[in-house]
Ligand binder design. Structure first.
Ligand SMILES: *Cc1c(COP(=O)(O)O)cnc(C)c1O
Length: 490
């Protein structure tokens, strides 16, 4: 299999090259040149296997041009073990008639671990396979979840250093604690004075500064990124849709090969795109429901065929979905309308913040996708109702999806899977609020939530307050000093 750019102006590359570089030279995103086919027999065989075995089989379908099944399988077993994912990487639970895919049992209690625990292993192999002998420096600008998940994934990985920059007042207290207590011999975490845009612009400038690349190259280094446009982050996400489907067949919740609708809480469109690719490959998925919070630019796009980011940016209780430019949507546009149309749309977006797709493209998108959203009040109500009715605790992001899924499934009566992307403890203050527990005094919100609900705090979030601060947030740097910081420490 070869990988081609969504903008069509770059030569096809190997999967290893796509993973090493992240972005295509023409500014596009890499996509496989075809979707591998999986049939019912494949699914029956998959259902007999453990999660790491399932994941290895599926990833191999996409990466076999560069990676052996043994290599991928070794990486899957190293990434998806009981130590990192107690209770399993992707267990399926039930709340009422709705099935829930819990993707937050990993080292940072959010779903990005499913990709970022394995991607560093694929990345290191990719660097070797493409004959690059330099050491990689992974640069990340984060508004919370990605930074911590990338730190955990790349910590102590040989041949790689990682530097994470976050806005000092732009992440939650828990996220700040998670990052400032990071350990590992190749990690660096910096608070930046400014907001997320300042931080992200600082990182983007470093990536596009030829003099920094030249200096790093002189020192035997090259820059790479860990964000969700890299194919190496997307391919592991396809696996858990297959795995959930197998588990639902095994438990007889689904009849063999019955259609399953899926609702995904969406920000950058990576997670739901992975579901779309699984469907394209033959997994019997039905409607893909793209669930947004009040930043509902995708809901409008799916209903009207017009993408318009010119609107107020709203800070919500589901911050990982507070996004107005969903980068991975480009991969969907490319799949349904081709490279020329994608180029036109993306240049419109860069110029005016707006583009519209033609009627046929719009019809093809609505053949697979529904869009819906939940406002802040409904998010809180959903958390409370699901807890009161089923004793099941969900976080704010999962609540967005649950609310949208329920509205849809009530109409159809069809089997529904909701993707749960974060532990409720990661957003404990919002969850406590939703449950009507407003006063927790001096107590830690996580302890309060655990005491009131009898649910245990996940292992990565326990004892955060007692951990040693390695990177004090007070030592924040100015955005202008980020280049010097990158070069000064290697
Ligand atoms: C990143 C994230 C999302 C959004 O996922 P996308 O792939 O960007 O659509 C949703 N929920 C949580 C908790 C996240 O961390």
């Amino acid at each position: 299999m070869k990988y081609i750019s969504t903008r069509g102006k770059t030569e096809a590359v190997s999967s290893a090259e796509a993973i090493r570089t992240g972005l295509a030279p023409d500014g596009g995103l890499y996509m496989p040149d075809r979707f591998p086919e999986t049939d019912n027999k494949f699914l029956m065989e998959l259902a007999e296997l453990s999660y790491p075995e399932r994941a290895a089989k599926i990833m191999h379908l996409f990466l076999s041009d560069s990676y052996t099944l043994k290599e991928i399988s070794d990486d899957c077993f190293a990434a998806y073990n009981e130590g990192s994912f107690p209770g399993g990487p992707a267990p399926v639970k039930k709340a009422g008639d709705i099935n829930i895919l819990e993707l937050w049992h990993g080292p940072t209690a959010a779903f990005k671990d499913l990709a970022l625990q394995i991607m560093p292993r694929l990345f290191v192999r990719a660097v070797r396979k493409t004959g690059d002998s330099r050491k990689a420096l992974i640069l990340v600008a984060t508004s919370g979840d990605t930074g911590k998940a990338a730190l955990e994934g790349y910590r102590d990985v040989e041949g790689v250093d990682i530097a994470v920059y976050y806005p000092v007042d732009g992440v939650s207290r828990i996220q700040k604690l998670q990052m400032s207590t990071q350990t590992g011999n190749n990690v660096r975490v910096r608070a930046v004075s400014g907001n997320f845009d300042d931080t992200q612009n600082g990182v983007k400038k470093i990536f596009s500064d030829a003099s920094i690349s030249a200096e790093l190259n002189r020192r035997g280094r090259f820059l790479s990124s860990a964000n969700s446009i890299n194919w190496g982050r997307l391919v592991p996400q396809i696996c858990y849709y297959y795995s959930a489907y197998c588990d639902l067949m095994n438990s007889c919740t689904l009849k063999p090969f019955e259609t399953l609708d899926v609702t995904v809480p969406t920000g950058n469109f990576g997670n739901i795109l992975a579901a779309y690719i699984a469907k394209k490959c033959g997994l019997p998925l039905g409607r893909l429901i793209c669930a947004s919070n009040s930043n509902n630019v995708l809901t409008d796009f799916i209903s009207k065929g017009v993408y318009d980011k010119n609107r107020p940016f709203i800070l919500t209780s589901s911050p990982s979905m507070d996004i107005l430019i969903s980068s991975n949507l480009e991969r969907l546009i490319y799949t349904v309308s081709g490279a020329a149309e994608t180029r036109r749309n993306m240049s419109d977006l860069a110029r005016s913040g707006l583009y519209s797709v033609d009627d046929e493209t719009h019809r093809k998108i609505t053949d697979d996708f529904n869009g819906d959203y939940l406002d802040e009040e409904s998010v809180g109500k959903t958390i409370k109702t699901v807890y009161d009715r089923y004793g099941y605790l969900i976080d704010t992001h999962t609540a967005v999806a649950y609310g949208c899924a329920e509205k849809y499934a009530v109409r159809t009566g069809m089997p529904m899977l909701v993707v749960s992307t974060a532990s409720p403890f990661k957003f404990a203050p919002s969850v406590l609020n939703a449950l009507g527990i407003q006063k927790y005094g001096e107590d830690d919100p996580l302890e309060t939530l655990s005491a009131k609900t009898g649910v245990n705090i996940p292992y990565p979030l326990r004892g955060l307050n007692e951990r040693k601060i390695m990177f004090p947030p007070e030592d924040s740097i100015n955005p202008a000093d980020m280049p010097a910081d990158v070069l000064g420490n290697i």
